[in-house]
Design a protein. Structure first.
Length: 124
């Protein structure tokens, strides 16, 4: 899966990254996070509860992290630390999402919706 860091930012110094939400559900994000060794206490927002922009809370190396949908209607989810912590490395989490391959039907549908025709013909 494609991940997006801020421009000019190395993954070892990033406090977060973005992923396209067309290719992955919140439930799948929880599954990916639960499969990462240093991630603990993964909590997903309950359906019909008050929404403050955060979909998922989790701890990584004993630091609180979140999965956020910026502006409430973005085409991407932002995954990162809840507060700006200096010196923390989120590259392990970013790598887990980069390695995830959505099912073929989800990939084709997502590529068509996102007008990502180059990726449409390069499925691995």
């Amino acid at each position: 899966m494609q991940t997006y860091l801020g421009e000019g930012i190395e993954s070892s110094s990033a406090i977060g990254f973005e992923i396209d939400n067309i290719y992955v559900s919140l439930g799948k994000i929880v599954n990916i996070l639960e499969g990462i060794h240093d991630v603990t206490v993964v909590k997903k927002r309950k359906l019909f509860t008050k929404w403050e922009g955060i979909h998922i809370w989790f701890n990584y190396l004993n630091h609180e992290c979140v999965v956020v949908e910026p502006f409430g209607d973005s085409s991407r989810y932002w995954i990162g630390f809840n507060s700006l912590e200096e010196g923390l490395d989120i590259s392990v989490i970013e790598s887990a999402f980069r390695q995830y391959q959505p099912p073929l039907i989800v990939k084709v549908f997502g590529d068509l919706i996102m007008l990502n025709f180059r990726s449409l013909f390069n499925y691995k």
